[in-house]
Ligand binder design. Structure first.
Ligand SMILES: [Fe+2]
Length: 280
């Protein structure tokens, strides 16, 4: 049977991808960011997942305001890299796992989570920057990727509680897939940041660290955070953190925190990163 072994959460700041692609990752400013992932690169190379279920949001690359799915599950064989204005990032095409993706679609939809099934989708920095942070610059990504694209762009995004419960439904689907696969779930985005308006550049280290402190041991306290609190305390783009709660919901209640990293700034964002392992 398929087995969910761990969860990885990380910010997906576009400037991190640009720094790597333009050969600037060794600069002191960026080394402080990339250094937080040295452990993680070794960990994922040793963990060798077959499939990564990657929760992220699209930034007007695959979807515009014409179509706004709350949860869009990528069931394709492959996902081309989106051109976000500077040409597609020079990273490998993302290969999917249609069999597991369709199984998850069936299981979750019959569990009353109305996912949008997507058979053709370009993926942007929200998905590729986490891959780069964990895998560096390989010729091929070392695992298959199932994208789950969440609307955190256009109000109303899903609640943290809905995301957490969807994580549980995804976990049930993975547990019932009749093939021996090692699966890791990624929750991406965050942490506090605001890209627009009079508070542009807003960062809240207290909020972020409280979120990190409770993420492994008391996610129920985070699930209750309302949208307005994210907006006020974590900035207008801090709502991306609900995507971390999908990953947390999929994991066991009792997890082992094996890595944590927090750094300000990367571009105009606070970077947060954790790795949690299921104990069994
Ligand atoms: Fe984002």
């Amino acid at each position: 049977m398929a087995k969910l072994i761990a969860g990885v959460t990380t910010s997906h700041v576009p400037a991190i991808g640009a720094a790597l692609d333009n050969g600037r990752s060794g600069e002191p400013y960026w080394q402080k960011v990339f250094g937080g992932y040295d452990f993680s690169k070794k960990w994922i190379a040793e963990t060798k997942p077959d499939v990564v279920f990657l929760v992220y949001n699209d930034h007007a690359s695959a979807f515009s305001l014409e179509v706004i799915p709350t949860f869009a599950l990528g069931c394709a064989e492959s996902f081309p890299i989106a051109d976000e204005g500077w040409g597609p990032r020079p990273v490998p095409v993302v290969k999917g796992h249609p069999d597991l993706a369709w199984h998850i679609a069936q299981s979750a939809i019959l569990d009353e989570f109305d996912l949008t099934i997507v058979n053709k989708m370009e993926v942007d920095h929200g998905l590729t920057v986490p891959l780069s942070l964990l895998c560096g610059q390989p010729k091929e990504w070392p695992f298959k990727v199932i994208p789950l694209c969440v609307n955190v762009i256009q109000y109303p995004p899903p609640t943290g509680h809905r995301c957490f419960m969807l994580g549980k439904a995804i976990r049930k689907a993975i547990d019932t897939f009749d093939r021996d696969l090692r699966v890791v779930i990624f929750g991406t985005g965050g942490m506090s940041h605001q890209l627009q308006g009079p508070r542009a550049g807003f960062i809240n280290k207290v909020f972020d660290n409280n979120f990190l402190d409770h993420f492994a041991t008391d996610p129920q306290s985070l699930v209750k955070i309302p949208h307005l609190e994210y907006l006020r305390e974590a900035g207008s783009e801090g709502i991306e953190l609900v995507m971390w709660l999908i990953a947390r919901g999929a994991l066991d209640d009792d997890v082992k925190e094996i890595h944590r990293f927090y750094h300000v700034p990367a571009s105009n964002t606070a970077v947060g990163h954790m790795i949690l392992e299921n104990r069994h």
